[in-house]
Design a protein around this ligand. Structure first.
Ligand code: MBD
Ligand code: FE
Length: 304
């Protein structure tokens, strides 16, 4: 079918069964996506079998909660980040800690701690890591009382809540920075996540000739009144997948040095008998900016 015929068909569809105005934005977006899909079916000569297998594929992915994993896996979540970067640049925003994808594994409602927290429940295997830093504005001034939400995987790459073998909110906290903008936490070193084997995302990636692994990382939402919410992650250096992330989340500026602390007194203070890791990382937030799209946009998330 040629494009003109497709457009005539769509024109008829859009005028059939009309009972009211509907929502103009939804109409615009849906009509566009349907047209793009029809053009793709035509150009690629997508067979009925392929069409229905694709439809049922998405149905299964939805039933199994994997749509939020397919979005980063095909690069769409990173694409949204790059578009937000462009919008901020157009609004004249410069500097600030780079954003990167949230992913599908945040859970709202983590315990709140003042200044410092221990993220692991004491029963979680893994090497001890202490991470700390300061939240600042782009003017370099500390942001007193900034909120640092942190979440990460355990030493098997699994996240509490989704992995029901872990205790509630294990490796998840909301840390309120002190009057000098400082936050600090102790936890256990995460290992990179892998897509559930045999699941919708994993099978798709296999067909694309790609793996479903992420490098080890720690997620953050950093927010404060008068500032743009920052969604980001740090990556653990030397991970084999550091620059080969199936979700395209690794960015320059988000790979801090990981130090090994083997000082006996420091080990005693943490009650550990082995050297532990230390990471220093400061966050820089942009001030509120009406000329750039909001970064604290609504998104349905798990809550416990
Ligand atoms: C993750 O842990 C993650 O951070 C992303 C973006 C996708 C899947 C799993
Ligand atoms: Fe993650």
């Amino acid at each position: 079918m040629d494009t003109k015929t497709i457009d005539q068909l769509l024109d008829r569809f859009e005028k059939t069964g009309v009972v009211g105005e509907g929502n103009s934005r939804v109409k615009l977006v849906v009509n566009r996506l349907v047209r793009d899909l029809m053009l793709a079916i035509e150009d690629l000569d997508i067979t009925p079998e392929e069409f229905w297998s694709g439809l049922n594929y998405f149905a299964e992915a939805g039933r199994n909660g994997e749509l939020g994993l397919i979005a980063p896996g095909i690069g769409l979540e990173h694409f949204l980040d790059l578009r937000m970067d462009e919008a901020e640049a157009r609004a004249g925003l410069k500097g600030g800690t780079p954003r990167t994808i949230e992913g599908p594994l945040y859970v709202a409602g983590a315990p709140v701690a003042q200044g410092e927290a221990r993220l692991d429940d004491g029963q979680t295997a893994g090497e001890v890591v202490v991470m700390q830093g300061v939240v600042r504005g782009t003017d370099g001034q500390p942001v007193a009382g900034a909120t640092v939400e942190v979440w990460h995987a355990n030493d098997k790459g699994n996240y509490s809540y989704f992995d029901t073998t872990q205790s509630a909110f294990n490796l998840r906290r909301t840390i309120v920075a002190d009057a000098q903008g400082r936050y600090k936490f102790r936890s256990v070193m995460p290992v990179g996540y892998s897509c559930p084997p045999g699941g919708a995302t994993d099978r798709l990636l296999q067909q694309l000739g790609r793996h479903g692994h992420r490098p080890a990382h720690i997620h953050f939402f950093v927010s404060a009144p008068g500032h743009r919410k920052l969604t980001t992650q740090i990556n653990i250096e030397n991970d084999p997948h550091l620059w080969d992330d199936f979700a395209f989340g690794t960015r320059e500026g988000l790979v801090p040095k990981v130090y090994t602390n083997n000082d006996r007194a420091a080990m005693n203070a943490l009650n550990v008998d082995k050297p532990f890791y230390e990471i220093q990382f400061d966050f820089t937030l942009h001030a509120d900016q009406v000329r750039a799209p909001a970064t604290d946009f609504a998104r349905t998330r798990a809550a416990a």
